[in-house]
Write a protein that binds this ligand. Structure first.
Ligand SMILES: Cc1cc2nc3c(=O)[nH]c(=O)nc-3n(C[C@H](O)[C@H](O)[C@H](O)COP(=O)(O)O)c2cc1C
Length: 187
C-alpha cells in the first residue's frame, strides 16, 4: 500500500506537519509512505485559460506534474490543511485549481484521469474554537475528491491549535486513526 500524506499549507514545520508525521510514524511497516508539503514545491496559480480542455495538459511549467505523479502512485491519500482566513491556504487553492486537467470538470473524456480505487482522509485545524471553519475546509477536500474520482472516506478536525506542541494531546487519536485508515484492504 502506498500512502501519500499531503500537507496543504506552505509550512513544513508546524502543527499540520506534526499531525501528518504522527500518522506516518504510526503506519504499518509494510506500507510505503511519503510526506509532502505543498510549500516545498513550485505550484503556480491557474491562469484560467482552459487550454487543458483542449491539450489535456497544463501550459504552466512548474512542479505540478511531478506532484500529480505522486498522487497517481498513491492508494491512500491523507490531505491536511490549517485554516487561513476561514479557508484553505492559498497554495492549496492553487493546487486544487491546477488539478483541472485531471478532473471530471475537464470536458475532454480522453483527458488524463487518476487510476480508480483511491481513498482519501481529510484533516482540518484552526486556532479558533468553533468547528464551522474546519468543516468548510473538509468540505473543500471532499469536493476535490468528488471531481478527481477519489473516495472521501473520513474527515477529522482539531480546534484550538496554535502550533506544533498543541498536537501532543491528540497523538493517541491520530495513532488510532492510522490503525483504521491504513488497514490492508483486499484488492
Ligand atoms: C495567514 C493565516 C491565517 C489564519 N487564519 C485563521 C482563521 O481564519 N481562523 C483560525 O482559527 N485560525 C487561523 N490561523 C491559524 C492557523 O489555522 C493555526 O495556527 C494552525 O495551527 C496553523 O497550522 P501550521 O502550524 O501547520 O501552520 C491562521 C494562520 C495564518 C498564518
Amino acid at each position: 500500500m502506498r500512502i501519500l500524506l499531503l500537507n496543504l499549507s506552505p509550512k513544513n514545520y508546524g502543527a499540520t506537519q506534526e499531525i501528518l508525521k504522527t500518522l506516518q510514524e504510526a503506519a504499518p511497516k509494510e506500507a510505503e509512505t511519503e510526506l509532502v508539503c505543498l510549500g516545498d514545491w513550485d505550484i503556480r496559480y491557474c491562469k484560467g485559460c482552459k487550454a487543458c480542455y483542449k491539450i489535456r495538459a497544463c501550459v504552466v511549467q512548474d512542479d505540478m506534474r511531478a506532484l500529480m505523479d505522486k498522487v497517481e502512485a498513491a492508494d491512500v491519500l491523507v490531505l491536511a490543511a490549517p485554516s487561513y482566513w476561514a479557508d484553505v491556504p492559498g497554495v492549496c487553492k492553487s493546487f486544487i485549481d491546477r488539478c483541472t486537467p485531471y478532473s471530471d470538470t475537464n470536458p475532454d473524456p480522453d483527458g488524463p484521469r487518476l487510476r480508480a480505487g483511491k481513498r482519501c482522509y481529510g484533516i482540518a485545524l484552526r486556532t479558533g474554537v468553533r468547528p464551522m471553519e474546519c468543516e468548510h475546509i473538509l468540505g473543500t477536500i471532499e469536493h476535490w475528491c468528488g471531481h478527481m474520482g477519489i473516495t472521501f472516506s473520513e474527515g477529522v478536525f482539531f480546534c484550538q491549535i496554535e502550533g506544533k506542541s498543541d498536537i501532543t494531546p491528540h497523538k493517541p487519536l491520530l495513532r488510532e486513526k492510522a490503525g483504521q485508515w491504513f488497514k490492508k484492504t483486499e484488492k
